[in-house]
Design a binder for this molecule. Structure first.
Ligand code: ZN
Length: 386
């Protein structure tokens, strides 16, 4: 009996707390709990941290890998990112020190037995990649308010849960937080798409590529994207070319191109009107889902109709998202192109960013090597500038 009472008391308390959390979120107030990198507990901006967050998003969008970004943030200079991600002490360490300082200040006026104990400060080791992933996933950086009930796995999986945790109003529009965003919505969204796309079909400057041209160069015979296979780029039956030779040639050609002024706006990325259109179209599809959801709630349509509408609209949304990734991915290769010294910038860039630069400047097609010719023939690599 006592246990039952206690349990229901706990349940009531939990319900009360989560109702308060929902209300907080709906009002766009900063959620309680550990402050995210870049924001104070109250939701204000911490300039040097916010700068790091921005660099993390842009670098990832420009093709830097999660591990390159993590290394840069940890102060390891093995791989460089573009823009440069500054080294910072681990966030958990910073936050623990801050909390201890607060407690110490608060408890000065308290009698000894009421003073709260200080927590052990974690050592300053390298950042865990999962923390960096958490930063890239956090909707708060784009100014979105979030709420995920503790007992619900939103969206049915870890991958979707961040997007699904964005609190939406009745029209399906995201609720804005009262804090200043650190990255714009397009950048945040492009990062989610990149993290989401497992096959990376729409994302040829993807994060997991290990070679400059795999999935990027095309076969000069059939126009398919080339795969990398033991030291060469291949298209079955058409092309087998030494990777080293081709990459050397492409790199030198790109370097020469970057030494000359690049057009101020060679990128389809600045296609603002199209990006706006995409945004509006996505809004329309979301509204349809919301309407179907209401109809279902009102028992006007059945569960399977809702499912059908949802699947149909989600498919349309993901196609639009893919297009948006293409537009904004190229935008971020602009970091190299817009640098004061693009040649130096491209040399410092990691593999992903280098691929981004190639993709935004030209298309590379490999022709079969002529029989009996040993020497590399520059004519066998076609570079068509955009
Ligand atoms: Zn082919």
């Amino acid at each position: 009996m006592k246990a039952a009472v206690a349990r229901s008391e706990v349940e009531r308390k939990t319900a009360r707390q989560s109702a308060a959390q929902v209300q907080r979120a709906a009002q766009g107030r900063a959620p309680k709990g550990m402050r995210p990198l870049g924001y104070t507990v109250a939701g204000g901006i911490i300039a040097h941290e916010a700068e790091a967050v921005r660099a993390i998003f842009i670098a990832f969008n420009a093709g830097s890998s999660l591990s390159a970004i993590t290394a840069a943030l940890s102060g390891e200079v093995s791989e460089r990112t573009l823009p440069k991600v500054p080294a910072l002490p681990r966030h958990r360490r910073t936050v623990t020190i801050e909390r201890n300082d607060r407690r110490e200040a608060e408890s000065k006026s308290l009698p000894k037995e009421k003073q709260r104990r200080l927590r052990p400060v974690p050592a300053n080791g390298p950042w865990p990649p999962s923390t960096v992933l958490g930063i890239l996933r956090n909707p708060r950086y784009a100014g979105y308010t979030t709420y995920t009930p503790n007992n619900v796995q939103a969206g049915g999986g870890k991958r979707r849960s961040w997007r699904a945790s964005i609190l939406r109003d009745e029209a399906g529009e995201p609720v804005r937080g009262q804090w200043d965003p650190i990255v714009d919505e397009g950048t945040w969204s492009a990062v989610q798409d990149r993290l989401d796309s497992t096959d990376r079909v729409t994302n040829r400057v993807g994060t997991e590529r290990r070679h400059l041209g795999s999935g990027l160069y095309r076969c000069g015979v059939c126009d398919q994207r080339l795969r990398s296979h033991s030291g060469s780029y291949r298209c079955a039956g058409h092309i087998t070319r030494s990777r080293e030779q081709v990459d050397e040639f492409v790199t030198a050609t790109i370097r020469a191109r970057l030494a000359r002024p690049v057009p101020a706006d060679p990128l389809p990325s600045q296609d603002e009107p199209r990006l706006k259109e995409i945004k509006a179209e996505i809004g329309t599809h979301r509204a349809r889902i919301a309407r179907a959801q209401r109809d279902y709630d009102d028992a006007v349509i059945e569960g399977r109709d809702l499912k059908r509408v949802r699947e149909h609209e989600e498919a349309a949304i993901s196609t639009l998202n893919a297009e948006r990734v293409r537009l904004s991915t190229n935008a971020t290769a602009g970091v190299v192109l817009a640098a004061a010294h693009p040649v130096t910038a491209s040399q410092a860039a990691d593999l992903g960013a280098k691929r981004g630069v190639i993709e935004s400047l030209c298309e590379v097609r490999l022709l079969p090597h002529r029989r009996g010719v040993k020497a590399f023939d520059p004519e066998s690599v076609q570079i068509s500038w955009r």
